[in-house]
Design a protein around this ligand. Structure first.
Ligand SMILES: NC(=O)c1ccc[n+]([C@@H]2O[C@H](COP(=O)([O-])OP(=O)(O)OC[C@H]3O[C@@H](n4cnc5c(N)ncnc54)[C@H](OP(=O)(O)O)[C@@H]3O)[C@@H](O)[C@H]2O)c1
Length: 384
């Protein structure tokens, strides 16, 4: 296993981290298969993984209640006496917070669920621009300062699926130690994007990556044209290996989290992590990745440059974001992950289904996009 420094903390984290959002379950996504999950963690930790990522709602019945991931991890770490040997990351459910006391209450609950006195990396979970002001209003920075001072948290961070400019604003708002952003070879210009993660790294934040395989679709669902490029390549690798190596090639990235729920996937990813040093991809390998990205990008449905000239829409639709989700969906064989994110990230009023077809946006569009027609496509594909 290779290790990299987690930004300013200088802690040496394994480049492959274990994402505990997708632990093996018994039939549904709630009841964790304790035996299988424990075996995976035993193997992962024995092979040098030292970073475990969980969150309050993982493996729960809804995002408003505590799930089983933290509880399972608490039991596992206590029984195996491994708590001190790993970095434990969990997250404050920001969407459930009403006042300052809530933050303290959730942290207290989480420490109990995880059977520990401290969290190594405590992240504000899934920050969104639409609730960020509320977080500041209820005193989130004072809460973090206090929890660090009394030792319940070692390091602070945040995760977000929001856009680059917002990520940069959050990075500049507090003395964070790290951040967790979605990134993979298709997301260079989506969400935090390359610009966002480089910005965070320049400010000395450790950068952790979520959804490195876009939830599995970059490993299991690549279009045949992409598979052909890889089949013809002189370097033979599985799609997951290409995707992970692309990430670890970036020196700004400290740890890549993957949700590995089978021993096969865990072993494969561990194997890839053995020699994935920064800037190690050859010119030839980079050319192959460029070809692959190009194929994905030919599948783009709307040539929207997100200039924002069309905004504000009188119905409140977030037109550029709607098109970004449509493009992501078009690139993939399986739309379900993108559809989930669309519903998770956008307010009801921002969705394409609200279009009144007034056409004002089309008069302003710098790319001459038939916006009304394309919004119908979005609404159809995303289910609103
Ligand atoms: N803070 C947040 O908002 C947030 C959001 C998302 C994730 N996260 C964290 O980030 C972690 C990583 O994200 P993720 O779970 O989406 O990671 P991911 O690696 O993009 O996706 C995991 C899925 O990829 C597939 N996979 C993994 N290794 C593979 C391999 N070698 N070959 C083929 N398929 C492979 C599996 O899919 P199948 O099961 O379909 O085979 C697995 O379930 C999560 O577990 C969670 O801890 C945080």
């Amino acid at each position: 296993m290779l290790y990299r420094e987690m930004g300013k903390t200088k802690e040496k984290v394994s480049i492959l981290g274990f994402g505990c959002m997708r632990l093996p379950t018994k039939g549904n996504n709630v009841q964790i298969d304790v035996e299988k999950a424990s075996n995976l963690l035993d193997f992962a930790l024995n092979q040098g993984i030292n970073y475990l990522d969980t969150a309050y709602p993982y493996h729960g019945t809804s995002t408003s209640c505590g799930g089983n991931s933290e509880v399972f991890l608490g039991e596992y770490l206590a029984e195996s006496s491994r708590r001190e040997k790993i970095y434990l990351a969990t997250k404050l459910p920001t969407w459930l917070l009403e006042n300052d006391e809530d933050m303290d209450n959730y942290l207290t609950q989480q420490l109990k669920r995880l059977q520990t006195d401290y969290i190594d990396f405590y992240l504000l979970h899934s920050l969104k621009e639409k609730q960020w002001f509320h977080m500041e209003d209820i005193g989130v920075f004072e809460f973090l300062d206090d929890a660090v001072a009394d030792g319940r948290i070692k390091y602070t961070g945040f995760s977000s699926h929001d856009e680059t400019e917002f990520i940069k604003e959050v990075v500049d708002s507090y003395n964070w130690d790290m951040c967790l952003v979605q990134y993979n070879y298709l997301d260079e210009n989506i969400q935090a994007g390359k610009e966002g993660l480089q910005y965070a790294a320049e400010k000395n934040l450790g950068v952790a990556i979520m959804e490195p395989l876009k939830g599995g679709v970059l490993a299991n669902n690549v279009p045949p044209e992409v598979q052909k490029i890889w089949d013809e390549s002189p370097i033979q690798r599985k799609p997951a290996e290409w995707a992970l190596r692309y990430l670890w090639n970036n020196p700004e990235i400290s740890v890549v989290l993957s949700g590995m729920n089978t021993m096969k996937h865990l072993q494969e990813n561990l194997n890839t992590a053995k020699d994935a040093t920064p800037n190690s991809m050859t010119i030839e390998e980079n050319e192959i990745m460029e070809k692959v990205k190009k194929v994905f990008h030919t599948k783009i449905a709307v040539e929207c440059s997100a200039c924002g000239y069309c905004m504000p829409c009188i119905s409140g639709i977030n037109i550029p974001r709607c098109f970004s989700y449509l493009n992501q969906a078009e690139m993939l064989e399986d739309h379900s992950e993108v559809r989930n994110q669309y519903h998770f990230m956008l307010k009801e009023t921002e969705m394409a289904g609200n279009c009144l077809e007034c056409g004002l946006c089309e008069e302003l569009c710098s790319q001459h996009i038939p916006i009304r027609e394309k919004l119908k496509e979005v609404a159809h594909k995303m289910g609103n």
